[in-house]
Each structure stands twice: as structure tokens, then as C-alpha cells.
Design a protein around this ligand. Sequence first.
Ligand code: SF4
Ligand code: SF4
Length: 373
Amino acid sequence: MSYLGENIRKLGFGLMRLPQTDGVIDVEQTKEMVDLFMDAGFTYFDTAWAYAGSEDAIRQALVERYPRESYQLATKNAAWINCKTKEEAYAQFDTSLKQTGAGYFDFYLLHNLGEARTEYFDKFDMWNWVAEKKAAGLIKHVGFSFHSTPEELEAILKEHPEMEFVQLQINYADWENPAIQSRGCYEVARKYGKPVIIMEPVKGGMLATPPESVVKVLKDAEPESSVASWAVRFAANLEGVITVLSGMSNIEQMKDNLSYMKDFNELNDAQLQTLKQAQEELNKIPLIPCTTCNYCAKVCPMQIGISGSFTAMNYLTLYGDKDMAVHQENWLVGGHGLKRVNECVKCGKCEEACPQHIQIRAELERVSENLLK
Ligand code: SF4
Ligand code: SF4
């Protein structure tokens, strides 16, 4: 059966983690990455109003340099970020149009539905609003990204059959993870006939540098393949997938992704077995499942360096090197002008925004115990 986007190639360029120099997106390097991607025949780009500087960068690197019909551009509306009125939420669309200069969006997503965040889209009647934009030709396809339970996904799809696709977090680490339920959500989307766009296939980069025991499993099976390639291939192997978004941050990552996605073949039984072993090894290590999406940072009133603290804490868990972990925390938090975890006022706003359902306040206490004392 044919489905929306089946002709789009299975690697999409996620624009959430573009290369930076001194904290500013490196547009020249982004241009080179866009050129490599387009030259290899890939065409799908995924940005969002909420990704600071990303829409502006892709205007310069892509929109102003390539014919509009030669690529698909997706962006997203995050009505739950600091919007008090529907006008404020709707205004994100105009900002996105202006920042990208794209004229229209091939794919437009209601961003990060699930839990309390869904209420904003209901309250502001974003469902009808987005249908009007589509009717006006400003959006070609409407869908939503989602981070919550399969039950909640099913409820939304029942109520909104007009949604054309769903964007889900799927990777081999989260496939059976009870906090993410990748498999359950994927199966609900397929049950409702919705094609899926996959995000976080490399889990915010975590599966590019997994623990040594996982690297060993993957390298023993295919010494020549990069560790990250397993994560992207796992996602691309699923049926009904429009594309797999990889949030590439440099030219090297782009080249690596292109090398194995250019001629992607289905995974065979031995490869699937290898991934199963990797999953088992990963499950043995209690890492904080933070993907550094920084949605929490957008709502934290104290500007606590949450994701940087978690990166440092994971470093400690993985390598047991406290000096290095403290050094990392210093740089990722203090070095970036953010506040230390001991200034957290425990308001819980971050936990409402976190797509990974991390008990942030409790984990921050652990950071404080282990790295600040
Ligand atoms: S609980 Fe702490 S870290 Fe979370 S939003 Fe509130 S102040 Fe920020
Ligand atoms: S704690 Fe949650 S919201 Fe914050 S960066 Fe990590 S995954 Fe994203």
C-alpha cells in the first residue's frame, strides 16, 4: 500500500544540533553539509520554531541557494512554550515563514504533543487553525510530533483523523523502554495507517558513543561500520517510515550517514540479532536518558544547566572519573552562563516539558550529591 512520503529517501537532515562556533550556528559549515546531503539525493529538512537560530540558518544554507521544489522543509509549532494566548501561538507560524523564507512548508507539525502540552493545542484550537493554513496552501501536510504513551497517541489519532503523519522517538535503546515506549507508539501509528517520521534515532548522540560493552558488540559484528550507523539503520529498517531524522552537527557525521544511507538495504537476521545484544548491554547501565533537547531550559525560571549536569553525571556513571565529570559540569553549566543545580527551586516546570519523562528534580539532587560536594 502506498503512503505519504514513501518516495522521500530514508535519511532526513535534523536541524536541531547544527554546528556552532562560539555558541553561534556556523552557517558556512551548514552550507557544506546541505550541499553534501543534496548532492547525494536526499531532500528532507526538519527544523522548528523552538530550535534557536535553526530556521534562520536553513534559510541561508538551503532556501536561498536551492530551487524551492527541490527539497521538503518541515517546521513545528510549540504552543506550549510561553504562549498565553492563541494569537501568540499562531504567531509562531508567521515567524517561521519569515525566518525560513520558504513561502510554504511541506510538512508542518504541532510540536511535542503529549501530557499537559496537548492542552495548549486544544485550548487554542490549533487543529482547525492548521487546517486553514493547509487549505490556504501554506502547508502541504499536517502532523504532529509526540512524546508520551501509546494510549494517549491512540486517543489523539481517534479524535484527529485528519492528521496525515506522526513523528516519533524511535531508537533501539528506547524500543522497549517503559518510559518512552517506542514500539508501542509505532504500532499505534501503524494501526491508524499513519506514516511515521523518526526522530532521535541516535538518542541525542548517546548511541554514537555508547558504553564500551555496546561498542564491542557492534564492532565485533561489523568492524567497518560506525557505531552510530547501527542506530540509524535500525530506524530506517521499519515499515511505513517517511524518513529518519539525524541531527547532524558536523561534516564528518554527514559523510558517515550518507555513506551507509545512500544505498540502504534492509537489515538481515544476523544484524537484527546484533542489535538485540546491544540493547541488552545498554539495559545494564543506568544512564539518565537525557537527549539534550533543552526543552526544559526554555521553561526553567532559574536557568539551571539541566542537560549539561546530566551529561556530566552520565560521564561519571560510564567512566567513574569524578575529576573529569566535575570539569565537564563546570564547563557545560558555569562556562555557559547557566546556574548550578543547587539553585533549583523545585517548581517542576522542567518535568512537564521533558519528552523523556525524566524525574529531573530527583536527578538534579543526585548531580548535587555526586558532583558538587
Ligand atoms: S524544578 Fe528546578 S530545574 Fe526544574 S524548572 Fe524548576 S527551577 Fe528549573
Ligand atoms: S532533561 Fe529532558 S527536556 Fe531537558 S534536555 Fe534532557 S531530555 Fe530534554
